[in-house]
Ligand binder design. Structure first.
Ligand SMILES: *[C@@H]1O[C@H](CO)[C@@H](O)[C@H](O)[C@H]1NC(C)=O
Ligand SMILES: *[C@@H]1O[C@H](CO)[C@@H](O)[C@H](O)[C@H]1NC(C)=O
Ligand SMILES: *[C@@H]1O[C@H](CO)[C@@H](O)[C@H](O)[C@H]1NC(C)=O
Ligand SMILES: *[C@@H]1O[C@H](CO)[C@@H](O)[C@H](O)[C@H]1NC(C)=O
Ligand SMILES: *[C@@H]1O[C@H](CO)[C@@H](O)[C@H](O)[C@H]1NC(C)=O
Length: 480
């Protein structure tokens, strides 16, 4: 025992002496730490299997809070955690996802540049039956009516109107997850009248100038393939037993087209007057957040109100308003770094395009001049891997046959207010085929097309929309 003790003392003494007398080695150790820290800043080692589709839903609870205003079960529409009946099996190809994504981006740009024929009241049938709004959107469950019936809705920060399919489906309803909402069985349902102020608000949100005689009619188109039309109505919206909103304005969809998967409708989280965010402002103060999971095998959340914001360390950037485009969430983008090196991009590149954040666009779109800088820096950092032909809109792809792990450079997006988004490793590459992986960013074709921060690059961050406070925050590591 005494021997062990003295050995211990000797070791202790020698390490103390070491500390006092051997400065050089200590400095070396610091340098080494610094170097590893810098390497960490410059690259991620990604295990390719983490980018492959998962088979099993991991039911681990996300986040520590269990608030009434936090809707659990934000999941990918497709994959093992999807509550949709056909969502588990029918996983669309990346090619299809990218076609749909491009349709959405075109539609956003035509809305922003006002090229949309807002007075065209003839509804075009889907030209391409394969297209639908946001194949890679995220879904949540909400209750409508009295007694409450639950529905699975896609949530969308790029549009305002909330709608669900409605009986008697006098036009056409597609086959959906749950029984279709029947207003005649809800004691709290009412139509909105045509000559009400509420009906007038529809115009700015949907671009709908259709005339009506008694009941307010809405019609909303998404891209050139999906649409919903029906009665603009009110009923009770229920998030939880303590979060109930009587007279919530929504679309009771009588004629709905486009392959919507099988979700029951859409939750509009834009910032115009009729969006859910505006309608619940009294209770939630136009504050909400979400965390989009990086894998279809995990779940995220959508939460409302100040209590629901989980990240205390979120970094905020100003939210800008454009009076011509009141529903989009505009941000100021200032720069990009790849592997810890800032790219030399003139600030005018970002001011010319403008930038929005969107929950429904998958792949981040950058102005062409910014994307080409990102692409060359990324390719330079990836020279040890074999470049492969482009895949759809993705032009920087690699044949990673034979690799289990790859080292990719970090990508940081800089925003106004000194905020940066260090893209999670799940948001840098997407898997295109068994051995082909591509950079998950794309360039716009025109310098004036809007830049879009897509959902792939938002994954795992809590994204806080503080609309009243005029700021948007990113909190790292809020879900996985
Ligand atoms: C959290 O909420 C869920 C559903 O609302 C409930 O089933 C669960 O018991 C709650 N958990 C805790 C720890 O309160
Ligand atoms: C709502 O309006 C439609 C069309 O005018 C009508 O068929 C329906 O009965 C109305 N529903 C209620 C509850 O008033
Ligand atoms: C890179 O750019 C960002 C944002 O413009 C800036 O905050 C940061 O200091 C720059 N880093 C370097 C190393 O120049
Ligand atoms: C990828 O690389 C592997 C091995 O280097 C090769 O056998 C395979 O044909 C390549 N795949 C494609 C699609 O080029
Ligand atoms: C791959 O990365 C994982 C962690 O991401 C690590 O556990 C594993 O050892 C790595 N495999 C190889 C072959 O480097």
């Amino acid at each position: 025992m005494a021997l062990i003790y003295s050995c211990f003392l000797f070791l202790l003494l020698s390490s103390v002496l070491h500390l006092f007398f051997d400065h050089s080695e200590k400095v070396e150790a610091y340098r080494f730490d610094e170097i590893t820290a810098n390497l960490k800043l410059q690259s991620h080692v990604i295990s390719l299997s983490s980018l492959m589709p998962a088979r099993v839903c991991s039911t681990q609870a996300q986040g520590s809070k269990n608030l009434s205003s936090r809707l659990p079960q934000v999941t990918h529409k497709h994959g093992p955690c999807s509550p949709l009946k056909n969502g588990k099996a029918k996983i669309p190809s990346l090619r299809q996802i990218l076609i749909d994504d491009q349709t959405r981006v075109k539609s956003i740009n035509s809305k922003i540049s006002n090229k949309d024929q807002v007075t065209d009241s003839t509804v075009k049938l889907p030209a391409n039956s394969g297209s639908s709004l946001g194949t890679e959107n995220f879904i949540v469950k909400l209750g409508f009516g009295t007694p409450k019936q639950d529905f699975v809705l896609v949530f969308d920060t790029g549009s305002d109107l909330t709608w669900i399919q409605c009986q008697p489906c006098s036009g056409a309803c597609y086959s959906q997850q749950d029984p279709i909402f029947d207003p005649s069985t809800s004691s709290t349902y009412s139509n909105i009248s045509c000559n009400s102020a509420t009906c007038a608000q529809l115009k700015s949100a949907t671009g709908n100038t259709q005339s009506c005689r008694t009941t307010c009619i809405y019609q909303i188109t998404y891209g050139d393939s999906s649409y919903s039309a029906g009665y603009f109505a009110t009923d009770t919206l229920t998030l939880s037993s303590s979060d109930v909103f009587p007279n919530f304005e929504f679309g009771c969809g009588q004629n709905n087209q486009g392959l919507w998967g099988s979700e029951d409708g859409l939750l509009g989280l834009g910032r115009d007057q009729i969006s859910m965010v505006s309608q619940t402002a009294q209770k939630y103060g136009k504050l909400f957040s979400y965390c989009l999971p990086s894998k279809s095998s995990s779940t995220g959340f959508l939460a409302f109100g100040s209590e629901a914001v989980a990240s205390s360390s979120a970094q905020y950037t100003p939210l800008l308003t454009e009076s011509n485009n009141p529903s989009f969430y505009f941000l100021t983008m200032t720069g990009i770094s790849v592997g810890g090196q800032n790219l030399s991009i003139s600030p005018s590149v970002f001011t010319t395009s403008g930038t929005i954040i969107d929950s429904g666009t998958v792949i981040t779109r950058l102005p062409p001049a910014a994307y080409s800088k990102l692409r060359s820096a990324f390719r330079q950092a990836m020279t040890k891997y074999t470049l492969a032909p482009p895949y759809s809109i993705l032009d920087t792809c690699y044949n990673l046959s034979g690799y289990t792990n790859v080292s990719v450079p970090t990508i940081v997006l800089y925003f106004g207010g000194g905020t940066d988004l260090n893209v999670d490793q799940s948001g840098i590459l997407v898997q295109a085929s068994s051995t082909k992986y591509c950079l998950a960013f794309a360039g716009n074709s025109a310098a004036t097309d809007v830049g879009i921060l897509g959902n792939k690059q938002q994954q795992t961050f809590e994204v806080v929309y503080n609309v009243e406070g005029g700021k948007l925050g990113f909190g790292a590591g809020a879900c996985n």
